[in-house]
Design a protein around this ligand. Sequence first.
Ligand code: 5GP
Ligand code: ZN
Length: 117
Amino acid sequence: MSDCIFCKIRDGAIPSEKVYEDDKMFIIKDIDPKAKRHYLMIPKRHFKLLSEMTPADAEDLSYSLKKLPELSSLLGLEGGYRLVINQGDDAGQTVFHLHVHVMCGQPLDFPDLRKGK
Ligand code: 5GP
Ligand code: ZN
């Protein structure tokens, strides 16, 4: 998609340091980290929402998730990690190319999101 920031990063039109890349997905450091280590795991095939996922998209997403154990020492996942997919407005999704946040490198608290209502 021509106006998608992650497609542009995928294609090298926006420079980035890719921590990992293969033919199906790539991993970059989040520009605004919310944990000591915060990566974005991004399937190369552009799609916006889980509800719009084609069987081929689903295969790429599942491929990406299954790849994580192999990338454990590269990403520093040994102590544990948290995966987040933000979908839609309530979740605050800002980039509409499906991506998985991978957060690690510290104990991760689990906030009660009902607080503050
Ligand atoms: P979302 O809110 O859509 O789940 O997450 C989008 C994430 O992409 C945010 O955490 C944001 O910091 C990150 N991000 C947005 N633009 C860029 C960029 O140009 N480079 C990198 N590395 N991360 C970005
Ligand atoms: Zn895209």
